[in-house]
Design a protein around this ligand. Structure first.
Ligand code: AMP
Ligand code: MG
Length: 348
């Protein structure tokens, strides 16, 4: 089967070659695909062998369920037992887009590895022309966890996927850098009687859902208090972390952080917007600047920056990364950065 050998030549497909990528996916090969959030590692969700390979090549714990990528809500209706009253409205408003819905499904439809033992499956329709063409042409739903080695920062470019998975998967559909930069918002709507719960913050925020639809969603307790038992298995794993130690730096603390670097003769990397990077460049070993100082730019550049600094020519003692206020998109950005930094701030 294509993509199932230990070392295969990993092809690089352009959007013009999407038909070959789709055929490979349908037949059981592993195909990484672009989405608006991060690159996904695609496999035919109906084929156990292929889904199992996804866990293997990523080194992903087998109790961490996968998101099924679909081409629309009609497709999901074939799989779901009962819908939450908010499901249709959420889909109308945000699909295609970075919103994943956890639903109670009929048994035995997907490869059993997809749900990792749960009675629910999560669905998303990506907002990316290349991936929608891939899914439509393949004619099968595809699992699509981030196309990286488990635990490492997720991939936001072809190069990141290739770095982690070259030789292990059939191919990568290249559509340049992703637009958003962090994974989708995951909302649990599996219980029609309960308010929707955010299991993972993303670009679609609680504030936005309230404003657009008047629907109240709340955060899973584990997101507010990491010691609480996670509802979503993936929440318990250390994620998104480079090898180099990361410290978060609040805006007011940058000059103290630079003094600390100088006093201790540290080789420090800085991940921040141009306002900070321009100031600290002379005193640090490496900087990775987002395109501007906004939280949107920070989110888009977060994983690329962590990867670039982790592989800086001069090995770094520490990466100092800009913290943002935890509101709107800042909630998703800080959720990922806190994991990369093992919750640690400079000066705390
Ligand atoms: P990734 O595939 O790496 O983007 O991670 C997907 C996230 O969605 C993980 O945190 C999973 O635990 C979570 N997830 C996927 N399916 C379900 C589900 N059925 N119930 C709860 N969480 C899920
Ligand atoms: Mg992931």
């Amino acid at each position: 089967m294509k993509g199932c050998g230990q070392t295969v030549e990993t092809k690089r497909w352009t959007i013009n070659e999407v038909d070959e990528a789709a055929e490979t996916l349908k037949e059981g090969g592993l195909v990484a695909f672009p989405t608006e959030t991060v690159y996904g590692l695609g496999a035919n969700a109906m084929m156990s062998n292929s889904v199992r390979r996804v866990f293997e090549v990523k080194g992903r714990p087998s109790d961490n369920p996968l998101i099924v990528h679909v081409t629309g809500f009609e497709q999901v209706k074939d799989y779901v037992k009962v819908f939450h009253p908010a499901a249709q409205e959420l889909v109308n408003m945000y699909w295609p887009g970075p919103l994943t819905l956890v639903c109670k499904v009929k048994l035995g439809l997907f490869a059993q590895e997809v749900a990792a033992g749960l009675a629910t499956v999560s669905f998303r329709m990506p907002d990316n022309e290349a991936s929608l063409r891939l899914l439509k042409k393949a004619g099968v739903p595809a699992v699509g966890p981030s196309a990286n080695t488990s635990g490492k920062p997720s991939p936001t470019t072809y190069e990141h996927v290739s770095h982690d998975l070259q030789g292990k998967i059939a191919g990568i559909l290249d559509d340049g850098p992703t637009k958003i930069g962090v994974e989708s918002t995951v909302i649990d709507i599996s219980d029609p009687e309960q308010e929707p719960v955010i299991l993972r913050p993303g670009a679609i925020t609680r504030e936005q859902i309230k404003q657009d639809l008047g629907i109240e969603v709340h955060y899973d307790n584990h997101l507010l208090e990491p010691s609480d038992t996670p509802k979503s298995p993936g929440m318990k794993y250390k994620h998104y972390a480079p090898d180099t130690k990361v410290l978060m730096v609040k805006e007011k603390d940058w000059s103290a952080a630079v003094d600390w670097v100088k006093e201790n003769r540290l080789s420090a990397g800085v991940l921040a917007g141009p306002a900070v990077c321009d100031k600290v460049r002379a005193d640090t070993a490496a900087t990775f600047s987002y395109s501007d100082n906004s939280v949107e730019a920070a989110t888009k550049g977060l994983y690329a920056g962590l990867r670039a600094l982790d592989e800086a020519q001069l090995p770094l003692d520490v990466i100092l990364a800009a913290a943002f206020p935890e509101e709107n998109l800042g909630v998703a950005y800080m959720n990922r950065l806190k994991k990369a930094a093992a919750q640690k701030y400079f000066n705390e």
